[in-house]
Design a protein around this ligand. Sequence first.
Ligand code: FE2
Length: 501
Amino acid sequence: MSQITRRQFLQSAGGITFLALMPVGRGLFAATDPTLPRFTALPYLQPGYASHLKHGEESVVIAWQTEHTPTDFQLQFGPTNAYGKKGAITRTERWQGPNDADRRFNYAASLTGLHLNTRYSYRLVGNGKTIAEGEFTSRKGRGEKVKFVAFGDNSYGDPGELAVAYYAYQSHPDFIMNTGDNVYESGLDHEYAKYFFPVYNADVADPKVGAPLLRSVPFYTVLANHDVHHKDPNKRPIANFDKDRDALAYYTAMHLPLNGPKTTGSSTPTMGDAALISDFHECAGPRYPQMANYSFDYGDAHFLCLDSNVYIDPTNAALRDWISADLKGTDALWKFVVYHHPAFNVGDNHYKEQQMRVLSPLFEAHGVDFCLHGHEHTYQRTMPLRFAPTDTTNANPNHADDRRVPGTFTLDTKFDGAAHTKPDGVLYITTGAGGKELYDPGFDTDPTKWLHEDDKNVAYVSKFVSSVHSFTVIEIDGPSLTLTQIDENGVELDKIHVTKA
Ligand SMILES: [Fe+2]
């Protein structure tokens, strides 16, 4: 076999076509030019702040992170590799640990004025030297086919995570919809550097390494319990900057739509030294706390992404009004709601965290098709269901972990995703087997374990897989949708077809 060059390999992997940065260990990348700082995160594509689809007004963000040495960067982009346009670059400071050597620069280039469903080339130049060249495709408009992958509970360096990243990449998604607990143990910047960027922005596509996804595929995610992992004196979740000055990396590393409510009465809580919190606010800007909730359109689908942490009060009137207005305000054919804590799951670990159940009647009223979650490290698919809560007392944040919400279930038992494809109710998909150790061994083959007395033993789960890591692929073609669950060996575990009209 003839030897291929690094450039040819990267082209074949479909990621950055030119990268003048070499890994030098501990998640650092160095350029050959000694005037350039080492990179702590290679250039990665982010969805940016736009929500609605508008031809000519589309935008994305390309972000990267370096050591704390000022550098003259340029981000050039255009429909061909003649580029022609420059992205507006912002630079913020961020701690990655307690010492001066742990300071870092976070960069974000806004690429604006893009058309929909168009291939763009980009080039990052530092101190006059080309560092990286890559490509991406902007969001698809109404009427265009869409394919995305979803998974959660992933980044902690486990072999399953690397294989899931590889097979997710092999399915050629338009974007990734992460369902939370994207980075363990505490959603810190140095954990992103260790477990997230090296896997999803790897230089090679390999089931034992990961894949070059982030440089060409937008990555959406939602806030989850491992993003806010300390406890306040009352044992409630909080980000403690005295313990970790790189806490809440969700708000500093991610660049997601900024159309959520600015306050909902339950923003992500923080504590610790005022100067450190002020540093965080400066880096996050308007992203904190607004980016906790957001929505966006892609092709014929609308996605509403919600913070479901136990400090959230889903009975809060302002939050509910915003959710209703958002779901009512879209003309998308398909509606997805994405949040981490599954309202309907039958696993052993998080069954009692049912606070999001109180939103189900709203979702039903506004024609939501799917809810996507993680938190349980398994794959669970419910029957199409409708739910009427009978007691919402425990749904508010005064009840930390026991958030049980009893109610009445109405199941569509005819739907089978094959002969009967029009669901009457919402399909709840828990896809939290993205890499971290799996829960509930033995549940796959024993449906009696899927029943709970608190739910009057109603059998609302159709499929349960806990024996292998997996991710979800959803393909939308107008009124026809296919959901496939793929495991860490590339094997299909589940498939359903859903149709409208
Ligand atoms: Fe979780």
